[in-house]
Design a protein around this ligand. Sequence first.
Ligand SMILES: *Cc1c(COP(=O)(O)O)cnc(C)c1O
Length: 424
Amino acid sequence: MSYDPRQILTQAGQDLAVEEVPLRQIADQFGTPCYVYSAQALRAQYHQLAAALNPLKSRIHYSVKANSNLGILSLFKELGAGFDIVSGGELSRVLAIGGNPRDVIFSGVGKSVAEIDLALKVGVGCFNVESRSELERIQQRAELAQKVAPISVRVNPDIDANTHPYISTGLKDNKFGVDAETALTLYSMAAKTNALSIEGIDCHIGSQIARTEPLLEALNSILNLVDTLSSSGIELQHVNLGGGFGVRYQDEHALDLNAYGAQLHELLGPRQLPLRVEPGRSLTANAGLLLTQVEYLKPGQDDATGFVIVDAAMNDLIRPSLYDAWHDIVVVDGFSADDPVQQLDVVGPICESGDFLAKGRSLQVSEDSLLAVLSAGAYGMCLASNYNSRGRAAEVLVDGANVQCIRRRETVQDQLRLELPEGR
Ligand SMILES: *Cc1c(COP(=O)(O)O)cnc(C)c1O
């Protein structure tokens, strides 16, 4: 059931590879740090989820924010996915790959007037509304544009998904969605205007959820609302369960997708409601890695843990610093059997003690080694910054023996351009 982080690695001759392409070859060709994604792994993750939801009428809307590279979006579009977006920028990305706006769900607590206007103009499939004020704004903008805005209300079912506080979204003190009572009020407001058309209902209770129980509990409270609305004459066209399906980074259990699909089926009972899901992490996390070259080995003072200083840093992959996240580190090459196995922190060149990729790992490395930081396909590159004026990494998509650069490395000129007066 769980897709192991190391499944992305294969062997091409003597070398560690992604699909048929050796990692050393990628590092030589594109430089480091470099994100490498496996097209086969991305497809496998998508098909696994689609199969688990198979007995149900359902649609997968890939959550763009987990990895918003156009190459990745194109791949999911080819597989038949719709998209879940949280900004006008993400909408523009979907449009840039020729995605159908009707297949787009627009989530997020802070939709601006400009974002709503763009979404109305191109005709997104659904606005997931997160507050009364937002509903009123969408109605006004739709009236002004003489359009009808399709809407769903995001319900916050007050359920503890047992995940990291920063990625928990379904508790009543989180900023997301509205409580059940407010949801009913918003639906009756929406039913009274021609500028809004009621499409569905949605929730998203957090990320990296390992057990099916909180997800099913959320569906249960949503279904109560569906039935209440139905008895007052409001028939919903879909139920959107959000994303948040947990993956394996270290030794956690990934969410059991087949069990989840079967339990959803049971809970829905005779209702013929089409389902939507918005997975991000579970489709991409274990389909990507970050390649990084060792710069220096540095012993710790006295008996303290030593350091392997690499050319990737927290600006490239912030998850370890931000969430204390664990990523498997694999030494690709550049070491010999004579090198000692050492306990080391894997750190970057940034001037922050929080700049680490891993702590206290047993590694057999030399100063020539190439390392792979696994499970870096979700919330990796999309959270990268230019801190310390570092250019953002290149991104490469491997499909069999085919390697495609899907984002070139950012240059210093790219960074300076926005700050220099025109023409300099
Ligand atoms: C982030 C987000 C998702 C995707 O979450 P994952 O944990 O990456 O699956 C889905 N829906 C909404 C509304 C989100 O904000």
